[in-house]
Design a protein around this ligand. Structure first.
Ligand code: AHM
Ligand code: MG
Length: 338
């Protein structure tokens, strides 16, 4: 049996595409992959290591934290803060940017992450994941300020996720397509298994939390109602629904076989124009989806072009197979202009 292309080998070979690259980025991504392996190991051990259940704390978003949220957040901070490749980190689980320890050089990259997305699913054995986004620091060599992280998603140097599912996977893009790696447990290495992942333009599968139907805006309700009418409705065909409730797992399925994912604007809380966070959920996923040939909008705007206003900003998210995303975006834009 041959090992195949390991993640480390792939990162180094891809880095050669950038003349003059110092190797900092390759090292950074490798360190992040180690953190993801550690998190995956804790997720899979679960109750055996007392990792399931809620912690006694809440995060800045007012959400109850799971023990695994804290374990995962600490794992990434501690795997990355000594490297000298970063000048700052922002996490879903922390109010402001993490302060790097003293005595360590400040590097040229910023890391933004959701350490354990979908963590409400950990107690019931459903797939969860880590989402990450890497930006270039506007000023290298000093501690990053909050404003440094407020860059539109088009400026991401790299985006990706680790999936802790039936297999453990790491999927990322640096702007040369999307590649997926499966953890080979016998050697503890991610190995290239999903080369140049592509999302088909057409799909018959959609993902949305239907229980929010009454809260959606009219164009989204119209779109989903048309899908649900199947062969009897204007689309003239049946559609299938899947909703894992872990964005990483839902997006992974779309990267593997197509589909559309929606967490749209809804009317429940006017102060929250969506559930998902722009900087470390919507932007990295939108980058991956576009790199795989799909599309990602808020219903009215390309996600990657949004100028962020704050670190934990929320946005509506509609992403996946291009033709379906364009259709629902068109419905939203028609309503805005009428
Ligand atoms: P989290 O970051 O607190 O886990 O929340 C994000 C998750 C996504 O993974 C998922 O798509 C969504 O929340 C599910 O929300 P809901 O429970 O409303 O269906
Ligand atoms: Mg999340």
């Amino acid at each position: 049996m041959q090992i195949g292309t390991t993640l480390s080998q792939f990162i180094i070979e891809e880095t050669r595409l950038y003349p003059g690259a110092s190797g900092d980025f390759a090292a950074l991504l490798n360190d992040l992959a180690v953190a993801c392996k550690f998190i995956g190991a804790q997720v899979y051990r679960g109750s055996l290591v007392g990792a399931l259940g809620s912690a006694d704390t809440g995060n800045v978003q007012g959400e109850i934290q799971k023990k695994l949220d804290i374990i995962s957040n600490d794992a990434i901070l501690k795997s990355m803060d000594w490297t000298g490749h970063l000048s700052g980190m922002v996490s879903e689980e922390m109010d402001g940017p993490y302060t790097l320890p003293g005595g360590i050089p400040r590097g040229k990259y910023l890391l933004l992450f959701d350490p354990l997305d979908g963590s409400s699913n950990t107690d019931v054995g459903i797939s969860v994941g880590t989402i990450f986004s890497i930006l270039r620091a506007p000023v290298a060599g000093r501690d990053a300020e909050p404003a440094d992280f407020l860059q539109p998603g088009v400026q991401q140097v790299c985006a990706g996720y680790a999936l802790y599912g039936s297999s453990s996977m790491l999927v990322y893009s640096t702007g040369y397509g999307v590649n997926g790696f499966t953890l080979e447990p016998s050697i503890g290495e991610y190995v290239l298994t999903h080369q140049q992942m592509r999302i088909p333009d057409e799909t018959r599968e959609y993902a949305i939390n239907m229980s929010n139907h009454r809260h959606w805006e009219n164009p989204v309700r119209r779109y989903i109602d048309e899908l649900n009418q199947g062969t009897a409705g204007p689309r003239g065909q049946d559609f299938n629904m899947r909703w894992v409730g872990s964005m990483v797992a839902d997006v992974h399925r779309i990267l593997c076989r197509g589909g559309i994912f929606l967490y749209p604007f809804d009317t429940r809380n006017p102060g929250k124009p969506g559930k998902l966070r722009l900087l470390y959920e919507a932007n990295p996923m939108a980058f991956l989806v576009e790199q795989a040939g799909g599309a990602a909008t808020t219903g009215r705007q390309r996600i990657l072009e949004i100028q962020p206003e704050n670190l934990h900003q929320r946005v509506p998210v509609i992403l996946g197979s291009r033709c379906e995303v364009e259709r629902v975006t068109q419905y939203c834009c028609e309503e805005s202009s009428s």
